[in-house]
Design a binder for this molecule. Structure first.
Ligand code: ATP
Ligand code: MG
Length: 257
């Protein structure tokens, strides 16, 4: 049976007369990886921020485990968002803190001792395949790929059920991007996570279960990632084949059969 973790219903968000999210509906399945594709500026980050409560929708509903987060009390929200992890578009590490402190920050801030946090951080570091000697380096001493891994490790120590990734491979070379995708996939399987990935890196389709395409504020395609390349939906077809110049073709003549 399909179990829905996040149900987005008729979501609208306006910024200065522009409907960045425009009657958007999307079901996100439990324990699966859903990727939301879309060109730059289509509103992917705005969608993610509405899911996590950083941006308040103009109207519509976002049910998380059946509770509408747009109408929930602060107490309910605290409970809901406890299970979320968010991996930012930039790794968003704190430059003045070393890797150990960056990964352990949420636990250290809760008053846990360094001795208590160290094994947890080491375990997370191992999960993202970073050497222990990385612990005492500073962000300026790390490559882009290493920073993304540290960002992922920082999220993992909070033991989330749901991880939202905003452009986890932007700025990385294709080989490092593949390694990050493999890591995200293995995290999802190991911890039975619900993952939502915002991306325009098509390599993610090799790892995702479902793909949704965002265009003009709406989901224009929603289907299995494996068959996305074979779809005759004009929006996904055009996005995947890179012919992003000019308006979306709505001619649905099937050229693939
Ligand atoms: N806080 C804000 N106030 C006003 N407009 C905003 C705000 N945040 C985003 N926007 C606008 O919403 C639109 C979508 O932005 P968003 O950051 O979601 O795009 P994106 O799809 O994530 O792009 P990228 O792939 O470049 O990250 C843009 O036109 C942006 O200017
Ligand atoms: Mg973005």
């Amino acid at each position: 049976m399909v179990s829905i973790k996040i149900k987005i219903q008729d979501l609208k968000k306006e910024f200065g007369g522009q409907w960045v999210t425009d009657s958007l509906s999307l079901d996100i399945e439990s324990s699966k990886m859903t990727v939301v594709l879309g060109k730059s500026g289509e509103g992917k980050s705005v969608l993610l921020k509405q899911i996590i409560g950083l941006i308040k929708p103009t109207s519509g509903a976002i049910f998380i485990d059946g509770i509408d987060s747009t109408k929930a009390t602060q107490q309910e929200l605290d409970e809901i968002f406890k299970q979320f992890g968010y991996v930012f578009q930039s790794a968003a590490l704190l430059d003045s803190l070393n890797v150990f402190e960056n990964i352990g920050i949420t636990l250290l801030e809760k008053g846990k001792s360094v001795q208590a946090v160290l094994p947890i951080v080491k375990e997370a570091l191992e999960l993202v395949h970073l050497e222990e000697e990385t612990l005492y380096k500073y962000p300026s001493q790390l490559s882009g790929g290493m920073k993304k891994r540290v960002g992922l490790a920082r999220t993992l120590v909070t033991k989330p059920n749901i991880i939202l990734y905003d452009e986890p491979t932007t700025g990385l070379d294709p080989i490092t991007a593949r390694v990050i995708h493999e890591l995200m996939h293995s995290m999802q399987k190991t911890f039975n996570l619900t993952s939502v990935v915002i991306s325009h890196d098509l390599d993610i389709l090799n790892f995702a279960d479902t793909v949704a395409l965002l265009h003009d504020g709406k989901i224009r395609y929603n289907g299995p990632a494996k068959t996305a390349w074979d779809s005759d939906n004009p929006y996904i077809n055009q996005f995947l084949r890179g012919s992003s110049v000019g308006p979306i073709q709505t001619d649905t003549t099937d050229k693939h059969r």
